[in-house]
Design a protein around this ligand. Structure first.
Ligand SMILES: Nc1ncnc2c1ncn2[C@@H]1O[C@H](COP(=O)(O)OP(=O)(O)OP(=O)(O)O)[C@@H](O)[C@H]1O
Ligand SMILES: [Mg+2]
Length: 321
C-alpha cells in the first residue's frame, strides 16, 4: 500500500524533447489512476519516471512521502506490466511467476505459496506447466499480471497492457484487472490512449496533452464538467460536436446562441450554473453538444432543428446519425 506524488515534474530527453511539463498530481493509497491522452502526450514517460526507468529532469516523485528520484526500480517496490508481455519464452508459466521471487531470494517454500496464491487469483493453476507460446494472448497477459502481483508490490504500473488483444478479450481482461485491483487495493497507475478504457477503469482519470496535464477528475466529472475544449472533445464517444457561434440574451434574460436558421435557447438551469456567461454576450464563442444530448423531435419546437441525414451507423442498441 502506498501513496504517489508527482511534484512539479519535468522530463526533457537528451535530444531536447520536453515530454513532461510541470506535472503535479497526488494519487491516494489504493486508488486506480489512469493517464489518458493522444499518442506522444507523455503518458509512458510519466509512468517510466515513476517506475525508475527514466531520469527525472526536474521536480520530485514521492512514494509514501519518500522522495524516490534517486532510487533504483527495485528499491521502489513497484511492479510494471507492459503492452508486450515480455514473458521469458523458455520458461514455463510457473517459472515465469517464480522469477521475481527468486530475484529477491525467497525460500523454495515461500515461493511455492506465493506462486500458488497468484495463480489462484488469476485462474492460472491449470496453465502452470505450459510455455508462453502454448497460451492465448489473454492468458499470456494474465501471466504477466501474475508475475507483477506475485511479490505484492506497493504500486502497480501498467502501460497499455490490453492493446495487443482483440476487442472481446480486451473488455474481459479490463474487467479482470479492475476486479483484481479492487480486491487487492494496491495503488495502481494505468496508461492508455483509449478513453473508454480510461473512463471504465479509473477511479480518477488524468487527461494529458503535449506533456501537460489538462484535468484530473472522476470519469463522470470529466464528462460533465470538462475543464477545456481539448478534454471536452477527447472524452466521449462519438466525440462532442464543437462549433463557433455567438451568444446573445433577449429582453426576458434568456440566453441563446445562433444555430443555423434558429436561435437555440440555453436552459436557465445551465445559464445559472455558468454565471460567467454574461461576460461573453455578443462575442463569438465555442459551443459543444454531446451527440447523445440530441433526441429525435416528434414535432417542431423552439429548440428543434431540421437536419439532413448524411450517414447512419447502426450499432444494434443505438444508431449514430
Ligand atoms: N527516449 C526518448 N528520447 C527522445 N524523445 C523521446 C524518448 N521517448 C519518448 N520521447 C518523446 O517524448 C514524447 C512523449 O513520449 P511518450 O512515449 O511518453 O508518449 P505516450 O503518451 O506514451 O505515447 P503513445 O500513446 O504513443 O505510447 C514524444 O514526443 C516522444 O517522441
Ligand atoms: Mg506510450
Amino acid at each position: 500500500m502506498a501513496t504517489v506524488k508527482f511534484d512539479r515534474v519535468f522530463k526533457v530527453y537528451a535530444n531536447g524533447q520536453t515530454a513532461i511539463k510541470d506535472l503535479s498530481l497526488e494519487i491516494a493509497d489504493g486508488e486506480f489512476l489512469v493517464f489518458v491522452g493522444p499518442s506522444g502526450c507523455g503518458k509512458s514517460t510519466a509512468l517510466r519516471m515513476l517506475a525508475g526507468l527514466e531520469d527525472i529532469s526536474a521536480g520530485k516523485i514521492l512514494i509514501d512521502d519518500r522522495v524516490v528520484n534517486d532510487q533504483t526500480p527495485q528499491q521502489r517496490n513497484i511492479a510494471m506490466v507492459f503492452q508486450n508481455y515480455a514473458l521469458y519464452p523458455h520458461m514455463t508459466v510457473r517459472q515465469n511467476l517464480e522469477f521475481p521471487l527468486r530475484m529477491i531470494k525467497l525460500s523454495k517454500k515461500q515461493i511455492d505459496v506465493l506462486v500458488r496464491e497468484a495463480a489462484d487469483k488469476l485462474g492460472l493453476v491449470e496453465l502452470l506447466d505450459r510455455k508462453p507460446k502454448q497460451l492465448s494472448g489473454g492468458q499470456r497477459q494474465r501471466v504477466a499480471m501474475g508475475r507483477a502481483i506475485v511479490r505484492d508490490p506497493a504500486v502497480f504500473l501498467m502501460d497499455e497492457p490490453l492493446s495487443n488483444l482483440d476487442a472481446k478479450m480486451r473488455s474481459q481482461i479490463r474487467l479482470e484487472i479492475t476486479t483484481l485491483q479492487q480486491r487487492m487495493q494496491t495503488t495502481t497507475v494505468y496508461v492508455t490512449h483509449d478513453q473508454v478504457e480510461a473512463m471504465t477503469m479509473g477511479d480518477r482519470v488524468a487527461v494529458m496533452r503535449s506533456g501537460k496535464l489538462q484535468q484530473v477528475s472522476s470519469p463522470q466529472d470529466l464528462y460533465d464538467y470538462p475543464a477545456n475544449i481539448f478534454v471536452a472533445g477527447f472524452i466521449g464517444s462519438p466525440a462532442m460536436n464543437i462549433f463557433r457561434t455567438r451568444l446573445s440574451k433577449d429582453e426576458s434574460g434568456t440566453f441563446f446562441i445562433d444555430f443555423g436558421e434558429k436561435n437555440l435557447v440555453i436552459e436557465s438551469a445551465t445559464s445559472q450554473r455558468y454565471q460567467q456567461l454574461e461576460r461573453y454576450l455578443g462575442l463569438v464563442i465555442l459551443a459543444g453538444f454531446r451527440p447523445e444530448a440530441f433526441t429525435v423531435a416528434a414535432a417542431q419546437t423552439d429548440n428543434s432543428i431540421t437536419v439532413e441525414v448524411k450517414t447512419v451507423e447502426a450499432l444494434g442498441h443505438e444508431m449514430i446519425i
